[in-house]
Design a protein around this ligand. Structure first.
Ligand code: PBG
Ligand code: ZN
Length: 336
């Protein structure tokens, strides 16, 4: 018996040609931003929990950026591992710091690639925190706050210096990731005062206190030596608060927003995108998300290519315009 259905959604799924005509979302190499870890050592050192990703010398960071450019990936984001760590992270804004060297080398050899820099303290401080710590008897003492508390305002001065230092080396976009209140505002005015009014800020506006950063903290040697990041990163239970964070950053002058992590926060990406349609938005497909796919694929439990592309597509469908991803080279290759 023919049920005489008016609507048959399957009519539009009958062939690849038909499916492609009604496809709503498309993944492209130009959506990707590829993260690079730069260190003072020679050559490359594999990061065990992130198969395929290495710690890179300055020279190797250029080679890696070149691979990205050849695949049509428009941008890299740099993370640095300093030679020495100290309480405020001096190498973070040193003219010959590791990230500064890498920016100059990449921009010299591949001027067309967009160099984004992560602006935070945690890879550079000996305590591994994203800011200056309250310390009795130290230069910054706040008697009403606990010992070791991450101080907001003293940290802002440093973030301004780091952003200027990156811009002086030729960085194209600065990306503050420390979730300090007012970070966008202070970085904006620091850059403007130094005549870098044309350098955009991509704010890690909505960044959660997530267990998905584990492998990154090995890669960048940036795990806190004690405590956690809950005094500044967001509670995974909250989404209305994401709108508050995003609005503040937009008002402070952010040119692009970011939600991080991505996969467990697709609802947050959609909510923030709907509220700020006018701003480009990035999603950070973080280290733990990458490690899970790699581990399952290595065991033959999932199809790495299909799962990766489906995952990245889900982030775009949720509203991300750009995706920071360790899969960038592989995914761009598969999409060719
Ligand atoms: C540093 C920073 C982190 C990540 C990006 N920038 C780690 C953290 O906040 O602890 C995580 C990226 C990833 O897991 O891939 N502020
Ligand atoms: Zn940090």
């Amino acid at each position: 018996m023919t049920p005489n259905l008016k609507s048959r959604p399957r009519r539009l799924r009958q062939s690849e040609a038909l499916r492609s005509m009604v496809r709503e979302t498309e993944l492209n190499a130009r959506d990707f931003i590829y993260p690079l870890f730069v260190w003072h050592g020679d050559g490359r050192t594999p990061i065990t929990s992130m198969p395929g990703i290495d710690q890179l010398s300055v020279e190797e960071s250029v080679r890696e950026a070149e691979k990205a450019a050849k695949l049509g990936i428009p941008a890299v984001i740099l993370f640095g591992l300093p030679a020495e760590k100290d309480p405020i992270g001096l190498e973070n804004f040193a003219p010959d710091g590791i990230v500064q060297q890498s920016i100059r080398a990449i921009k010299r050899e591949i001027p067309e690639i967009v160099v984004v820099t992560d602006v935070c303290l945690c890879e550079y401080t000996d305590h591994g925190h994203c800011g200056i710590l309250n310390s009795k008897g130290g230069t910054e003492t706040h008697p009403h706050l606990p010992e070791g508390f991450v101080l907001n305002d003293p940290t802002l001065d440093i973030l301004g210096k780091v952003a200027i230092s990156h811009a002086e080396c030729g960085a194209d976009i600065v990306a503050p990731s420390g979730m300090m209140d007012g970070m966008v505002s202070v970085i904006r005015s620091s850059l403007d005062n130094a005549k870098f009014e044309s350098i955009p800020i991509m704010s890690y506006a909505v960044k959660y206190a997530s267990a998905y950063y584990g492998p990154f903290r090995d890669a960048a040697d940036g795990a806190p030596k004690f405590g956690d990041r809950k005094s500044h990163q967001m509670d995974p239970a909250n989404v209305k608060e994401a709108l508050r964070e995003a609005k503040l950053d937009v008002d402070e002058g952010a040119d692009m927003l970011m939600v991080k992590p991505a996969l467990a926060y697709l609802d947050v990406i959609r909510t923030v995108k709907n509220a700020f349609l006018e701003l480009p938005m990035a999603a950070y497909n973080v280290s733990g998300e990458y490690a899970m796919v790699k581990a399952a694929a290595a065991n033959g439990w999932i199809d790495e290519q299909k799962v990766t592309l489906e995952t990245l597509l889900s982030m775009k469908r949720a509203g991300a315009d750009l995706i920071i991803t360790y899969h960038a080279l592989d995914a761009a290759g598969w999409l060719k």
